[in-house]
Design a protein around this ligand. Structure first.
Ligand code: SAH
Length: 265
């Protein structure tokens, strides 16, 4: 990892050291789309909090509930107030991550959602990845050091026992604000060595690091980016089935987390 990472990693570790002796009690799940969120909401019988501490008028929805010894918070950024579609992308993801951490002080963040996968890197439809690193692919700043800032490579909170227990695939995630992929994006994604591609992960990681909360990324593949089918079509075709798989894996993750401290993950 580049030298400039060491300071922030050290501070995350210091924070983790404080809470590491206590079992994880509060988790924050961030999910961008309603279709992805509702299976998890239903599974854990989460209820909407009508008195969330979010600013008045924002579309962000806070679901919460208790499961075993864990308080589960799930935040869905809701439907865009102007266009009525899910508030996908890095801006909404950053804002809800910031506001939710401030309001809920979680021990751990789980960013769950769908992603495009690269078959060349071993991804197939329905695979679920526990992400090892995140980076951006649409923040090109060709000035020394700003280039690295733009890419924003971050290692995710390491959970080797979770990875092994659930037998998930692992790989790097590249994030950008477009569902499609321009030739520029394609080159950056290759430089990021990414196996999966989404529109939120690296933004959630940025805020989580800023506020020193460990974060993990569970991404289920809805479409093959380097395949034959047009992305949007393939995404919509597989969305329902893949979100069911995503819910199953999120449930397994929560079951595994229950009763454990952070370093046991
Ligand atoms: N057409 C969809 C738009 C969803 S945008 C709709 O009707 O609502 C895609 C969402 O899924 C984002 O939250 C993103 O994180 C994820 N995603 C799935 N496949 C992706 C891909 N190939 N590239 C980028 N993001 C993808």
């Amino acid at each position: 990892m580049a030298p400039h990472r060491e300071g922030s990693e050290a501070s995350v570790e210091a924070m983790v050291a404080q809470v590491e002796k206590h079992p994880i009690s509060t988790i924050l799940i961030i999910i961008a789309m309603q279709t992805e969120a509702l299976p998890v909401v239903n599974k854990f019988q989460l209820i909407e909090n009508p008195h969330s501490s979010f600013p008045k008028g924002v579309p962000w929805i806070h679901y919460h509930g208790a499961y075993k010894d864990i308080t589960i918070n799930l935040i869905w950024p809701g439907k865009d107030l102007t266009f009525g579609v899910d508030s996908v992308g890095t801006i909404s993801a950053s804002l809800v991550t910031y506001a939710s951490i401030q309001a809920l002080q979680p021990d751990l963040i789980i960013n769950a959602g769908t992603a495009g996968g690269f078959k060349e890197k071993g991804a197939a439809i329905g695979d679920v990845f526990l992400v090892s690193h995140v980076a951006f692919h649409d923040r090109r700043i060709p000035i020394p050091v700003f280039d690295l800032y733009g890419v924003g490579l971050r290692q995710t909170y390491s959970t080797p026992n979770l990875l092994k227990a659930l037998n998930l695939k692992t790989g790097k995630l590249s994030t950008g604000d477009s569902l499609d992929m321009s030739p520029h994006d394609e080159a950056s994604i290759a430089a990021n060595d990414a196996t999966v591609k989404d529109m939120e992960g690296a933004a959630v990681a940025y805020v989580a690091e800023l506020l020193k909360v460990p974060a993990i990324f569970v991404k289920a593949v809805t479409d093959i980016v380097d395949g034959e089918k047009p992305t949007a079509e393939e995404f919509l075709q597989n969305l329902a089935a893949v979100t069911a798989t995503l819910e199953e894996v999120v449930t397994q993750v929560i079951d595994f987390i229950s009763g454990k401290c952070l370093p046991e993950l």
